[in-house]
Design a protein around this ligand. Structure first.
Ligand code: SUG
Length: 449
């Protein structure tokens, strides 16, 4: 059997990273909306995580940020003239709209797409569906460029199938891999694909949150599973508990993470917890390989602590000896209850044996932890060899990107700066250079004009 691995493709933070309070239902985004940001530090924090994982022996890739402020969106909404005039009018007449088209939110690549490995799909290819992110305007404009970047990164139709996004309406609200995980014995073998939704669009009798939006629907997940050619026997759907969405858990990856034979989640994460377990075990099917449900009780760690610390927004990484490392943000270490829980967990009889902490404060202040920043792509040897090699992290790419960030990024940005035409020019120059570094071709609108 050929070797297979799980690669992580992280979003490189773009030059316009800022805090604009754009995400209703995301507590951090709301709380930090008036704070100045530091795009340079944000990009470097992300890059350090990528390099560390590559150094640990994991396959690590980079997904390029998008062109922001996005002038074509402003033009489609009636602003006219030169790019500088479009920017000036938007800043004057609709500053919140300008903030929305300036967000660097594509950094959270867990929301870029849902990915099904070749071992799970009927046609034996790796399938990608870029998420429509329709619930938030600033994110709904990501999928076109996301699709172009994914196609430039996984650029071989023999191995990679790229689907269009689902219809961009609430009924098919799709937040991508933030609400999807996969359990398997080996990355190259057929696994169990686990889809988590916030509500049903068509069955209005099913419960839904009252205060904050459920961004992702059951119908979206079912459509992705069909398009990817998944085996219904190996596919599980579960509803997120509406109460935790109302408590600030806007994606399932804020309250659960899965990998290999481990499902690590909070006891209040799912509406029907026992059914979730029974469904996963039925799909898992193999009585000889143990499956671990690592359920964190409310008395040990509250939902509020989860939202504050992002304990579950962690990366669960498999080592060759079967042990796993949990990659967590610094906020986990700073929360006494959560840190005590984790120190106890690594001594229990589960594969989770190590914890690695990263400072991702810049991203965390917008509600994005280690797991938000990465898109998982399980690949066999042939597929890995077919990935655009310029996007894979190594010592040289790390050096190149560090220098590139130093050259192009500002270390302070407030909302008023988004109107600065120099920021637009700087960003375009940076991205133009980046497409050469990552050998992506022309993926941006400004490169096509
Ligand atoms: N959990 C995962 N997988 N991703 C986190 C995404 C955070 C993102 N925040 C933002 O878009 C805030 C932008 C601002 O307010 O400026 C969001 O809410 O969609």
């Amino acid at each position: 059997m050929s070797y297979a691995t799980e690669a992580n493709f992280d979003g490189l933070v773009g030059p316009t990273h800022n805090y604009s309070g754009l995400s209703f239902g995301n507590v951090a985004s709301q709380q930090n909306s008036t704070h100045p940001s530091n795009p340079k530090a944000a990009a470097k924090q992300g890059l350090v995580k990528m390099k560390a994982l590559a150094d640990m022996g994991f396959v690590q890739g980079v997904l390029a940020p998008h062109e922001r402020p996005h002038i074509p969106t402003l033009r489609s909404l009636g602003f006219i003239g030169s790019d500088a005039q479009v920017l000036a009018q938007a800043a004057q007449q609709a500053p919140k709209l300008l903030a929305a088209v300036s967000s660097a939110s594509c950094m959270w690549t867990a929301n870029a797409a849902t990915v099904s490995p070749s071992a799970d799909s009927k046609d034996g290819r790796v399938h990608f569906t870029p998420a429509n992110l329709v619930n938030k305007f600033h994110r709904s404009i990501e999928h076109e460029t996301t699709s172009a970047v994914l196609k430039a990164t996984f650029n071989n139709p023999q191995y990679f199938a790229h689907h269009p996004t689902l219809p961009s309406v609430d009924h098919f609200g799709d937040e991508g891999a933030a609400n999807h995980t996969r359990f398997c014995k080996d990355y190259g073998q057929q696994g169990v694909e686990f889809f988590v939704y916030g509500m049903s669009a068509f069955n209005t009798a099913m419960p839904r949150p009252q205060h904050y939006p459920a961004r992702h629907t059951l119908e979206a997940s079912q459509a992705v599973a069909r398009n990817h050619g998944l085996d219904p026997e190996k596919t599980v759907f579960a509803q997120q508990h509406p109460d935790v969405i109302d408590a600030g858990v806007f994606h399932n990856d804020v309250i659960a993470v899965g990998n290999g034979n481990v499902h690590f989640y909070h006891e209040r994460a799912f509406l029907k917890r026992e059914q979730m377990k029974a469904d996963i075990l039925r799909a898992w099917g193999d009585e000889h390989t143990p499956f671990y449900f690592v359920e964190v009780p409310e008395v040990a760690v509250s939902v509020e602590d989860c939202v504050q610390s992002y304990l579950f927004n962690s990366q669960l990484l498999s080592h060759k000896n079967g042990e796993m490392t949990l990659v967590v943000p610094g906020e986990v270490e700073n929360n006494a209850r959560v840190w005590a829980y984790l120190n106890d967990l690594v001594n229990q009889t589960t594969p989770i044996k190590h914890v690695k902490v990263f400072d991702l404060k810049q991203s965390m202040s917008n509600g994005g932890g280690p797991a938000c920043l990465r898109l998982r792509v399980a690949l066999n040897e042939q597929e890995l060899a077919a990935v655009n090699p310029a996007t894979l992290m190594n010592d040289q790419l790390f050096e190149t990107l560090n220098t590139w960030i130093d050259k192009h990024y500002r270390d302070r940005l407030i909302e008023a700066d988004l109107a600065d035409p120099n920021l637009l020019t700087e960003s375009r120059q940076a991205l133009d250079e980046l497409t050469q570094i990552l050998q992506l071709g022309s993926v941006y609108d400004f490169q096509k004009a």
